[in-house]
Write a protein that binds this ligand. Structure first.
Ligand code: FE2
Length: 307
């Protein structure tokens, strides 16, 4: 049941070389740089997003994800969820407004999978890039590369999927769209939504906590996904798999890596969700088809290349 968590707001990604990363996320993927801060972090957004940023790049010695943040409907909702997290027994840390430029206070907590999540309600709105809100044209003419439209979701690897699902369901109001179950009833993958999207966050069972599988960005058409594949080859970017289709969510997808080894996805299409939808279940022995619908088998990289 929805409790006022609207959507993925931003993800902070660690990169080994900031300039290489900017070249990747801006020139290849088509994100737009909107700011930098005195910590050296770079703020990016996709063109259809109304908020100032959705991706923050931080230079570090190890790649991976620092945190993923969800935007709430209001400061009142944020207050309520902060209290509910504490009542649920979750340790929360309050990050002051302005720690990320243009972003209000954030409530940070760790999920049982070992990942850091945040909630916030306020962020400076810069509007849709290049078209705005008044008589907007169809798209801006100066977009680069893949022309990513929005930051859509992350897929994360870690332990304690049941406890993590319970936290996201009971406190944050997420619904379970899709799951992969073993014959003895263990959920080894869970795709959760707080919207009509097929997933806003997804988890795969993995013994090591806090691992980052990919950050995903939405494209409009299958033609755009194919074109992304062309651009990946033109730029000698490391490719993982695709263009292909997922069984889970039925999205059409391509996976590749940023210069630091963080996986990215761009995709189009996919299922939709309403709160009266029963979760879709895949059997674990169909995992290959569930992930890569055409190949029907996982490549080793999908399971092991994590940051
Ligand atoms: Fe994905």
């Amino acid at each position: 049941m929805k409790k006022g968590v609207m959507r993925p707001g931003h993800v902070q990604i660690r990169v080994l070389d900031l300039e290489e990363a900017i070249n990747h996320y801006v020139e290849l993927m088509g994100l737009i740089e909107t700011d930098r801060d005195d910590q050296g972090r770079v703020y990016l957004k996709a063109w259809t997003e109304v908020d100032k940023f959705s991706v923050v790049l931080r230079e570090a010695d190890q790649p991976g994800m620092d945190f993923m943040s969800f935007k709430c409907l209001s400061e009142e909702v944020l207050d309520l969820l902060q209290h509910e997290l504490v009542d649920y027994g979750v340790e929360v840390e309050e990050v002051a407004a302005g720690e990320l430029k243009g972003c209000g206070r954030r409530i940070r907590f760790q999920a049982p999978t070992g990942h850091n999540f945040e909630l916030f309600a306020t962020k400076e709105q810069t509007g849709r890039y290049g078209v705005g809100n008044h008589n907007p044209e169809a798209w801006p003419r100066d977009l680069k590369g893949m022309k990513a439209q929005r930051f859509d979701h992350c897929l994360l690897y870690g332990p304690n999927l049941d406890q993590t699902y319970a936290l996201f369901r009971d406190v944050l109001g997420f619904d379970l769209c899709e799951q992969v179950m073993t014959p003895d009833g263990k959920r080894v993958a869970q795709f959760l939504t707080t919207s009509m999207k097929a997933h806003d966050i997804a988890f795969i069972d993995h013994p090591e906590p806090g691992k980052f599988h990919h950050a995903s960005f939405f494209l409009e058409t299958w033609e755009d996904v194919l074109r992304a594949g062309d651009l990946i080859s033109m730029t000698d970017t490391s490719i993982d798999i695709g263009p292909t289709r997922h069984g889970i969510t039925h999205g059409q997808t391509i996976y590749f890596f940023d210069p630091s080894g963080n996986r990215n996805e761009v995709f189009c299409g996919g299922d939709y969700f309403y709160p009266d939808h029963e979760p879709i279940t895949w059997d674990a022995d169909k995992l290959g088809k569930a992930i890569f619908y055409h190949d029907r088998q996982l490549n080793e990289r999908f399971l092991t290349a994590l940051t």
